[in-house]
Ligand binder design. Structure first.
Ligand code: ACO
Length: 430
């Protein structure tokens, strides 16, 4: 990181200068780390709309162009030409694997996909109708108890092992969460199946009838995982980094990421988008919902529309739309009414002045709910699948943060607008 230019801050007749760093692509940054020391003032950026919280080499987004790159590779190319585990390798190691590296990586993931026996008992503490995301937070957190004493996060091989364990075990945990939720026995992972097929098998295999994995459906599941694998410094990733910046256990950090992802403004949007599409029900009711979305006195928003970073079509939404069609066709689902509502809603919104002016385009969640429902998942599981896929992104970002020599504990400051110093008043005098 070298500084070629300086930014001048002028307040009254005093001025200070700060280094500007150039990104390999994307906006430059002004390094204001010494601002408080030099001037005694803080910057204010609630929601981090103009603040880079770290230096990273993993994922790049150009929100205006609608570009998403993992380690320099375009998301559409990765989703089409590579599989999820190769993408995981890329995110963790920085390069795509060659044949033998990919083989070893797959074998390692397969080797670590089982869970400590006592973790099975953990599920009995959850009500069947507990939200699957609440169970996921709990069981991923519980992994920290198993792998704390034997792990040294200052050791590179221990860090990589923690990441591998997380990526390997998360499908098993997600499938167990689903089975507990629907009141079915757990199904053990199979080493002879690929990552997505094994996950589908653990979810849908019945006691009497073994689930036979349809390769087209497994490929669609795999693509969905790739599309969700990382997304630079979003809320859940920043949560993982902030939690990890204190040196906390990585399994616990990922559990924090899962908790953050749960919210409807983040990962929970796919669940909310599908329920909105179902609530709209028929194409003729769309204008009523468009009207509500524009009404400033109505808190309703079109779920699956808009993005903090993308001010263009979310590149993942395009691939997701195509995957939705492939899945529905393979499963013989014709004339799906929710899909019809989604396509018409998208068409109307993309030509409506309100949405054009605000650059509100469909995001990945707009179509993912329809696809996941067709695959057989209840909407309460949608964010769990997102968390499963994002675990690699969180792990790679956590690892990068720990390995950054400039890394410090995250500690934002505030603009305090509360009471100034007050005298204590006795209870009888209040
Ligand atoms: N429907 C209607 N209007 C919207 C929508 C929407 N979905 N999203 C934003 N707007 C409007 C706002 O009302 C605001 O209008 P104004 O300028 O007239 O006040 C303007 O667009 C800008 O909105 P902000 O809230 O400032 O945009 P921000 O970047 O902070 O929000 C967010 C992004 C949270 C994703 C928002 O678009 C939203 O709530 N979308 C619906 C939820 C959703 O789909 N979330 C998934 C995000 S993707 C992910 O996590 C994978």
């Amino acid at each position: 990181m070298t500084s070629k230019d300086r930014a001048i801050l002028k307040i009254g007749d005093q001025s200070w200068d700060f280094p500007i760093y150039h990104a390999s692509i994307g906006p430059r940054v002004v390094d204001i780390a010494s601002l408080y020391k030099q001037t005694g003032i803080f910057t204010f950026d609630s929601g981090f709309t103009s603040t880079a919280s770290c230096e990273s080499r993993i994922t790049f987004i150009d929100g205006d162009k609608g570009t998403l790159l993992y380690r320099g590779y375009a998301i559409d190319e990765l989703a089409e030409k590579w599989d999820f585990l190769e993408t995981c390798y890329l995110l963790l190691h920085g390069e795509l694997p060659d044949k033998s590296q990919a083989k070893v990586f797959r074998e390692n993931i397969s080797k670590h996909n089982t869970l400590p026996e006592q973790l099975h008992n953990f599920y009995t503490g959850f009500d069947r109708d507990a939200h699957p995301m609440s169970m996921m937070c709990g069981v991923v957190w519980a992994l920290s108890a198993n792998y704390h004493n034997s792990m040294d996060i200052s050791d590179a091989s221990d860090r990589m092992l923690a990441c591998m364990r997380l990526i390997a075990k998360i499908p098993t945990l997600a499938a167990m969460t689903y089975r507990h939720h629907i009141g079915e026995e757990f199904v053990s992972p199979r080493g002879d199946l690929d990552y997505a097929s094994n996950f589908l098998y653990m979810c849908f295999s019945g006691e009497s009838k073994e689930y036979s994995v349809n390769p087209i459906i497994a490929r669609a599941m795999d693509k969905i995982f790739t599309l969700h694998a990382d997304h630079e410094q979003n809320a859940s990733t920043s949560t993982v980094r902030l939690a990890g910046s204190s040196g906390a256990n990585p399994f616990a950090c990922i559990a924090w990421g899962i908790a953050c992802l749960w919210g409807a403004a983040h990962g929970g949007a796919n669940e909310a988008a599908l329920s909105m599409l179902e609530e709209i029900g028929t194409v003729d009711r769309i204008p009523e919902y468009i009207k509500r979305a524009k009404d400033k006195n109505d808190p309703f928003r079109l779920m699956g529309f808009g993005h903090r970073v993308y001010k263009n079509y979310d590149p993942r939404a395009k691939i997701m739309q195509q995957t939705t069609h492939e899945v529905l066709e393979e499963l013989g689902i014709k004339d799906d009414p929710t899909l019809a509502v989604a396509m018409e809603l998208e068409r109307i919104a993309l030509t409506d002045e309100y949405f054009i002016e605000r650059k509100l385009y469909p995001n990945i969640d707009f179509y993912s709910g329809i696809t996941l429902r067709a695959l057989g998942f209840p909407s309460s599981m949608f964010t769990v699948l997102f968390a499963l896929a994002r675990t690699v992104g969180w792990s790679a970002q956590w690892k990068e943060m720990i390995e950054d020599p400039k890394q410090k504990i995250g500690r934002p400051r505030q603009l305090y607008t509360g009471e100034t110093v007050r005298e204590y008043v006795k209870e009888e005098e209040r």
